[in-house]
Design a protein around this ligand. Structure first.
Ligand code: SAH
Length: 264
């Protein structure tokens, strides 16, 4: 499948991702199939295959390929017959397009109309539109009509906690991958939450016995502790912009400041 790659630069990028420890061949193959240069503004195309984030307008950025690869890999999309993946933060649509090569249907939410319109144009051009459903709005509310989702990926921003609607829209046995912020403006980690089968709920809020690094419950928000049926794993440190939500202030930002920012 990697033979389909068109440019030498794309091939270099894939090799670099491999060296960085991205080992899932299906993820690398999907990344090789999506022309990143079509997702960045024309003056920046030259740099599309460098491992850096790039501006896409509306003060937003397309994540660096390494993060896109790590997040996609963390979703564990290798289970057969994955039907529904929800993405929060369409942006340029680059991550969405990669997901669309790996699963049957991607639902993606973006709050900036101009960005969403651009992404839809690219999906159509790449013949991926029939696998991608888009919604303009606040992704922290999720997409209740299409829930439950087997996989949920938050690329919008780092949060201090996963919004409760997102938790409840994750299927039993499903996975959420999201950047989590430990403290306002503090360290951020890519986290994978796996929802337990009903009946396997962890009653104790002390998860330290699970044997892998965990984010303290407090950082995952009261809802996780209350439901106590998600296991959290840290994947790697990351750096995302703060969340803009009509619902929740991002950590370190008051709701009024967030609203002011939204309406500017
Ligand atoms: N995955 C994207 C990059 C995401 S940039 C890509 O591959 O290009 C983060 C995006 O999330 C931005 O487009 C931003 O407008 C959007 N966003 C931020 N907060 C959001 C929210 N609450 N709901 C929906 N989208 C949001």
């Amino acid at each position: 499948m990697l033979g389909i790659m068109t440019s030498e630069t794309a091939e270099k990028l894939i090799n670099r991702l491999r060296q960085m420890g991205v080992a899932t061949e299906a993820v690398l193959a999907a990344m090789a199939l999506v022309p990143r240069e079509q997702f960045v503004p024309p003056p920046l195309r030259r740099r599309a295959f460098d491992n850096i984030s790039l501006p896409i307008g509306q003060e937003q950025t397309i994540s660096q390929p390494e993060i896109v690869a790590m997040m996609t890999q963390a979703l564990r999309l290798d289970k057969p017959n994955l039907n529904r993946v929800l993405e929060i933060g369409t942006g340029s649509g680059y991550q969405t397009a990669i997901l669309a090569h790996l699963v049957r249907r991607v639902y993606t939410i973006e709050r900036h109309k101009a960005l969403l319109d651009g992404a839809v144009e690219r999906f159509t051009h790449l013949a991926l539109a029939d696998r991608i459903q888009v919604r303009l709005g606040d992704g922290t509310l999720g997409w209740p009509e299409a829930a439950p989702f087997e996989r949920i990926i938050i690329t919008a921003a780092a949060m201090a906690e996963i919004p409760p609607p997102i938790l409840s829209q994750c299927a039993i046995g499903g996975i959420i991958v999201a950047p989590i912020e430990r403290a306002a403006g503090g360290e951020q980690y890519l986290v994978r939450l796996t929802r337990h089968a009903a009946g396997l709920s962890i009653a104790s809020p002390d998860w330290t016995h699970l044997g892998f690094p965990l984010i303290g419950n407090a950082h995952l928000g009261p809802n996780v502790v209350a439901q106590a049926d998600f296991i959290a794993e840290e994947i790697c440190p990351v750096r995302f912009v703060p969340l803009v939500s009509e619902q929740l202030p991002s950590s370190g930002e008051s709701l009024s400041a967030a609203l002011k920012r939204l309406n500017r």
